[in-house]
Design a protein around this ligand. Sequence first.
Ligand code: SF4
Ligand code: MG
Length: 345
Amino acid sequence: REPLLEIRGLTVDYGEGPGAVHAVDNVDITLHRSETLGLAGESGSGKSTLAHAVTRLLRPPGAITGGQVLYHRRAKEGAAAGGHVSAPVDVLAMNRAELRAFRWEEIAIVFQSAMNALNPVHNVVAQISDTLRAHRPGITKAECRERAAQLLTTVGVPAARMRAYPHELSGGMRQRVMIAMALALDPDVLVLDEPTTALDVVVQRDVLAELVRLREEFGFAVLFITHDLSLLLEVADRVAIMYAGRLVESAPAYEIYHDPQHPYTKGLVGSFPPLRGPRRELTGIGGSPPDLRSLPPGCAFSPRCGHAFDRCTRDVPLLRVPPDDPERLVACHLDDPNGSADDNP
Ligand code: SF4
Ligand code: MG
């Protein structure tokens, strides 16, 4: 597996001084080429902040205060022939011009509300053309139209709808237009931040099925962010779970579903009906979501965790690879071989 986007120790703060909160706290995640990585967690867990930070769209008072986001650029044809692999670039160190080229061409983003992201006074073809022209200054009007028609067809929107304005399209169609725009410049990474929450369940499933198909056709990688873990388990190869700004577990989707290790992941998996097979009792997670301004010492999940013991309220659990499970990362003191005997319950 080839790394594409490596997030290393990413930390994002809101505010400064004693009132500052870590919305994203020292997060490590790697997205591999052509992989769909799902990022789940309750609202306020830092998922959207992470997406905004990685794409450098974070707005004050949010500020990146630590870490790196390394992007492994696709080798150009000539360079590949010469066997030259360039070093990854740090997205956090890019200047404006570099960022302009990076966004859309290498990483494209579909955010929560397609309605707000589309310009209400421009029709679909005008919006797709704007994106194309910004990156391909020589492109003609006819070429833009042709490319727009092709993109719309690709995502299941009849090309005849290119003259439509956003308000004339259904929610599902608007989503598809957003995805078409995101694919306009053939990016390597698509970031989807709660892309389908505004849609009804059937339309949601349709749009996602389309995405899975497109990913197979074009080979881009997807960073898919949602609070809906059940949805994620159906489309993602790997799933990472965030809680209170920290990554608490990551593993292949199958393992997250069938063998979750972190008590919070277990709670999330237990809170929706089984994807298939017999019904089971829904357990859910007690207690209230964390308040970033007053996190408990040690594990942020400890007030809600049925397994908490002494060490949990003392030490912050760090991500580790369990001895028999190289594909997994988990941040929990339970079964930690490095914990001393009296550290374990
Ligand atoms: Fe529960 Fe302790 Fe694990 Fe946190 S570290 S999830 S409190 S057992
Ligand atoms: Mg969000």
